[in-house]
Design a protein around this ligand. Structure first.
Ligand code: NAD
Ligand code: MG
Length: 393
């Protein structure tokens, strides 16, 4: 039996992971499940899967969790420290699917036990790539990509020589607003940004798809994961979301990875790696798909892509500032404090302020410094949003 832990079990990725594990209950022993405010979901899954421990991120929800799991034999715990403790429990495979930079510390704790970490939490590579990779190396842990594009690249690279890679192309659906007139974008509402044409995901990542902040993070994630130069990474708008990524080699060949848009493919690939096993995902019928289309991303529509390049140029802790500023500006958009296009403006102003103090950028990449940068960038993002809100009213 493989011992598995799911960090962020109640979310979209976590639930898809549970779906796969549930299909083979005898193959897995669930060690820890973690979640946030959805105590009912967490408790129900912990009970059904016979988890050793269930952890909520919120200390004030511990009593609720304890009540929901009374008599089940499942241990309960709460708080940020308890999440890290859960990640430290010995497990053979750990899914990192907490949302945002909150996933960094538990992910590092998981790596420190030298296990296999299936990484859905892209923010940890964006805000602290060098630290994550170095922690994995030092403890002999293995990182497997779960983001669909990165799983696709990883699969296209199987058996290949990294030195022969010329370029990596990650595709983007273009999100909810890919066909909107540019002058309407500023007035786009939260509801409009929260519907994705192809993928069924959490609200935040869906809005990040509409703004392409998600793709911007994935460009940085590609750089960290595969160690390629920024100029080797391209984004291609592909509205049908059938090809998830392509790798171009020095002999002109391109290996493309195709599949139905279903995260259980990438999760299942990481779960069974290095084997391939049957997965309950739809099979592509290309005759029915008929045609696939491609276009270059429009720089005016998707300023986030330019900001990703700026982050890669700056390096150091700028990814942590970027991630935090992006999270805050997304909070601001969801709360109605700023408009859709203001998000990029807020992130850019935080990055500018950060870059202006070179010592911030070049400080050593320790967890403490990453968290301090995260904190500072949130404060600056809030200041920028207050200013923008003032300009609007
Ligand atoms: P989600 O919002 O559906 O779920 C997030 C999970 O993290 C939940 O279990 C929630 O309780 C927990 N969580 C949220 N804030 C937390 C905090 N501060 N501390 C501890 N736990 C917290 O998110 P999701 O869509 O499943 O995405 C999870 C991660 O996977 C993200 O990094 C996202 O970018 C990445 N990802 C998601 C998809 C997708 O299809 N949803 C695809 C690729 C990558
Ligand atoms: Mg993705």
């Amino acid at each position: 039996m493989r011992r598995v832990t799911i960090l962020g079990a109640t979310g979209s990725i976590g639930q898809n992971t549970i779906d796969l594990i549930r299909r083979q209950p005898d193959a897995y022993k669930v060690v820890a499940l973690t979640g946030g405010a959805n105590i009912a979901r967490l408790a129900e899954d912990a009970r059904a899967l016979g988890a050793e421990i269930a952890v909520t991120a919120y200390e004030d929800r511990l009593d609720d969790l304890r009540t929901a799991l009374a008599g089940s034999g499942v241990e309960v715990a709460a708080g940020a420290g308890a999440l890290i403790e859960a990640a430290r429990r010995p497990a053979d495979w750990i899914m990192s699917a907490i949302l945002g930079s909150a996933g960094l510390a538990p992910g590092l704790a998981a790596l420190e036990q030298g296990t296999t970490l299936a990484l859905a939490n892209k923010e940890s590579l964006v805000c602290a790539g060098a630290l994550v990779l170095e922690t994995a190396r030092r403890h002999g842990a293995r990182l497997l990509p779960v983001d669909s594009e990165h799983s696709a690249v990883f699969q296209a690279l199987a058996g290949e020589d990294l030195a022969a890679v010329e370029r990596i192309v990650i595709t983007a659906s273009g999100g909810a607003f890919r066909d909107w007139p540019l002058d309407k974008l500023a007035a786009a509402t939260v509801a409009e940004a929260s519907s994705h044409p192809n993928w069924d995901m959490g609200q935040r990542i869906t809005i990040d798809s509409a703004s392409m902040f998600n793709k911007a993070m994935e460009v940085i994630e590609t750089r960290e994961f595969f160690g390629v130069r920024p100029d080797q990474i391209e984004v291609l708008v592909h509205p049908e979301s059938m090809i998830h990524a392509m790798v171009g080699f020095n002999d002109g060949a391109m290996m493309a990875h195709l599949g139905a848009p279903d995260m259980r493919h990438a999760i299942g690939y990481a779960l069974h790696w290095p084997e391939r096993r049957p997965l309950p995902v739809a099979r592509l019928d290309l005759a029915q798909v008929g045609q696939m289309t491609f276009r270059a991303p429009d720089a005016a529509r998707y300023p986030a892509l330019r900001l990703a390049r700026a982050v890669m140029d700056l390096g150091g802790l700028s990814g942590a500032a970027f991630t935090a500023a992006k999270e805050r500006s997304l909070d601001g958009f969801i709360a109605g404090q700023i408009g859709f296009l203001d998000m990029a403006g807020v992130v850019e102003s935080v990055l500018d302020r950060f870059a202006a103090q070179g010592s911030h950028v070049s400080a050593a990449m320790t967890l403490d410094n990453v968290l301090q940068t995260d904190h500072l960038a949130r404060v600056w993002a809030d200041e920028a949003m207050t200013k923008k809100a003032g300009q609007r009213f």
